[in-house]
Design a protein around this ligand. Structure first.
Ligand code: SF4
Length: 411
């Protein structure tokens, strides 16, 4: 009897693109694209600048984090190391349209990230594929390995820390309860690792406190299994059975969630398990909010201790950590979530992203009410926002108040 030969995956080709001669050029290029002298000026001045009746305040921590800087450096370096080869990227390198546009200009082509399409079948061993900062599901990385591509993995170390944790849960037969957005690249990548090396592990993704309470109620009292599975459609592992797989739970989270909410979710699940079992032996948790996200949230809370009239949060609308900065701002003062400076259309109108309605809307600009009086404008940005976009925002908002770029530079 003849046996069908099993196709062995081709060996993954790791390439070191961080060569000193390459990185010197890359850093010059990145600096040219994203550096901002105005932001630097504000930083040097302690984060605050007053011209006439207008004060701009910058959060102490904002914009590019170490993981994003590294991912961008590696993507730029890839083009230098492989000047003539096809370079692809799984989805977006980070959630910022300006950065993704720069990569597209270097002919780095984005591949679909929701499904493995036939584009992946066309990849050859000569092609280079970049894995973005938030990682990719194992099915994607296995596919590009199988195609034999050169792989430039820019996955942030903080994301990999979460993967190690959920793999450990899987090894011990513990279900990973992941606080995150079920469709977010990072959460999908983490969920795939929660299946464990044998792919038999389980996970459940929850986003809101309402979803958490539903799960807690099932833990305490059981419930309708079909309804549960319909509610968490595409948010749980294949074969997930709430009557079996909620017995032992380990919590992990997308690195960019709101810390207070993640802690609340952990507390509620722990309490539900304790109520059911009489102890918390079947509960584990691990805080996986990354340092950069935490610092940006803390810096905003700090900034909110002093009065401000309006807050501008700059960043890509699909950026999770930026959205949470907006949530924090919304609780304290008028806050606009803008993609770029041109969203500040006039002193009367702002185009911004409404995180409740999930769409870009046109809103009255509260600065109109400060026409002839002092105004303090706070500005912050998520971990994926380059400094040049923040500079353009500062220049634009001051421009609406009659202050020119020359005025700013001469201060
Ligand atoms: S936001 Fe955090 S996890 Fe994401 S790239 Fe930056 S440091 Fe890494």
């Amino acid at each position: 009897m003849s046996e069908t030969p099993v196709e062995k995956p081709k060996k993954r080709k790791r390439v070191n693109v961080r060569r000193p001669e390459v990185m010197t050029l890359v850093q010059e290029e990145v600096e040219k694209h994203y550096h901002s002298p105005v932001v630097q000026k504000l930083r040097d001045a302690g984060g605050s600048l007053t011209i006439g009746q207008t004060t701009i305040r910058l959060a102490e921590q904002f914009g590019f984090c170490y993981g994003v800087e590294r991912a961008i450096d590696l993507a730029y370096a890839s083009r230098r190391v492989f000047p003539d080869q096809r370079i692809f990227l799984i989805g977006e390198i980070i959630h910022n349209p300006e950065v993704n546009r720069q990569l597209a200009d270097m002919n780095i082509v984005s591949l679909p990230w929701k499904e493995i399409s036939e584009d992946y079948d066309d990849l050859t061993a000569d092609d280079v594929v970049i894995v973005p900062a938030f990682g990719a599901p194992t099915s994607f990385t296995e596919k590009i390995e199988q195609q034999g591509c050169h792989i430039i993995d820019t996955t942030c170390g903080d994301v990999m820390k979460v993967w190690r944790r959920v793999r450990t849960y899987a090894k011990g037969g513990v279900t990973s309860l992941i606080h995150g957005k079920r469709g977010h690249e990072e959460t999908r990548a983490t969920a795939s690792r929660a299946l464990g090396d044998d792919k038999k592990g389980h996970y459940l993704v929850v986003l809101t406190l309402e979803e958490t309470d539903y799960v807690c109620n099932f833990i305490r009292n059981g419930g309708n299994k079909e309804e549960f599975l319909a509610k968490f459609d595409r948010a749980c592992s294949p074969g997930f059975d709430p009557e079996i797989h909620l017995k032992e739970i380990g919590v992990a989270n997308q690195t960019t969630m709101l810390k207070s909410e993640t802690m609340e979710i952990q507390n509620r699940v722990k309490k539900a398990i304790t109520d059911r079992d009489g102890n918390d032996e079947n509960f584990q948790m691990f805080d996986t909010i990354c340092g950069a996200t935490q610092e940006r949230q803390d810096a905003l809370f700090d900034m909110l201790n002093k009065p401000m009239d309006v807050l501008l949060v700059v960043g890509g609308y699909n950026s999770s950590n930026t959205t949470h900065l907006v949530e924090i701002g919304n609780e304290h003062l008028p806050t606009y979530f803008i993609r770029e400076a041109s969203c500040l259309e006039s002193l009367e109108t702002v185009i911004h992203f409404d995180i409740e309605q999930h769409e870009e809307i046109s809103a009255p600009n509260v600065l109109a009410g400060f026409d002839d009086s002092p105004a303090t404008i706070g500005i912050t940005a998520g971990a994926s926002c380059p400094a040049n976009l923040i500079e353009e925002t500062i220049v634009r908002v001051l421009g609406l108040r009659g202050i020119s770029r020359e005025d700013i530079e001469s201060v």
